[in-house]
Write a protein that binds this ligand. Structure first.
Ligand SMILES: N[C@@H](CCC(=O)N[C@@H](CS)C(=O)NCC(=O)O)C(=O)O
Length: 213
């Protein structure tokens, strides 16, 4: 029997990475679009789907999953035949894959958030306290992506994987904030990603403006 998938989504948010992966995996899904500006995510009905009132949430045969990274891990493994994640027995490739997947929200996303916060404060003539030592600064993280992507088409080599979806979606947000100028390999990779048919299918239409975070 076909798996029933329902994605709780809002344009311009972290839900987009899940929608993109679903398109890459060629899985049919129902899209429930929330308007964050109108507070759709703050209703008690939606709180019963996501405990924190955030998107994305994915219903899989009636069971709800949250956290975009967990959802992407799950989907790539569940639909393994699409070859977007190394299987468990490929121990060595799997180790590299796990590293890239977790680097997305564990290192890249916090570095981007902090960099953007500091940049905004500078624009307003303010200074924020220095970064926590647990955080790798943006320039260091971006330089490592640049180094890796200088010699390969995708993060894991020649083949596209779910790790490109996770990291690519965050790096695209960085590009929108003009933070990847001077990183040609990252830009070329992002161009390859946005050129994919699945990415385009998941991209918001003109009638779907980004909702506030
Ligand atoms: N760690 C969560 C973060 C989810 C999250 O923060 N989503 C934002 C949109 S990018 C949200 O729903 N915000 C609604 C709000 O402002 O309360 C994930 O990756 O799924």
């Amino acid at each position: 029997m076909e798996t029933r998938l329902r994605l709780y989504y809002a344009p311009g948010t972290r839900a987009r990475r899940v929608r993109w992966l679903l398109e890459e995996l060629e899985q049919p899904y129902e899209l429930r679009t929330l308007q964050l500006r109108s507070g759709d995510h703050r209703t008690s009905t939606y709180r019963s789907v996501h405990p924190f009132g955030k998107v994305p949430a994915l219903e899989i045969d009636g069971e709800v999953m949250t956290e975009s990274l967990a959802i992407c891990f799950y989907l790539a493994d569940r639909f393994w035949e699409k070859d977007l994640a190394p299987v468990h027995e490929e121990y060595s490739r799997r180790a590299v894959y796990l590293t890239w997947m977790c680097r997305s929200v564990g290192t890249l996303e916090p570095a981007l958030d902090e960099e953007a916060r500091h940049a905004e404060a500078r624009l307003n003539g303010n200074r924020l306290p220095p970064f926590s030592p647990a955080l790798t600064p943006w320039d260091t993280v971006a330089a490592e992506f640049e180094r890796v992507l200088s010699s390969r088409r995708f993060l894991m080599g020649e083949g596209f994987t779910a790790s490109d979806v996770m990291n690519g979606s965050i790096m695209l947000a960085a590009r929108e904030k003009n933070l990847v100028e001077g990183f040609p390999a990252i830009n070329a990779w992002l161009d390859r990603l946005t050129g994919r048919a699945a990415f385009k299918r998941a991209a918001p239409s003109v009638a779907e403006p980004p909702s506030a975070p």
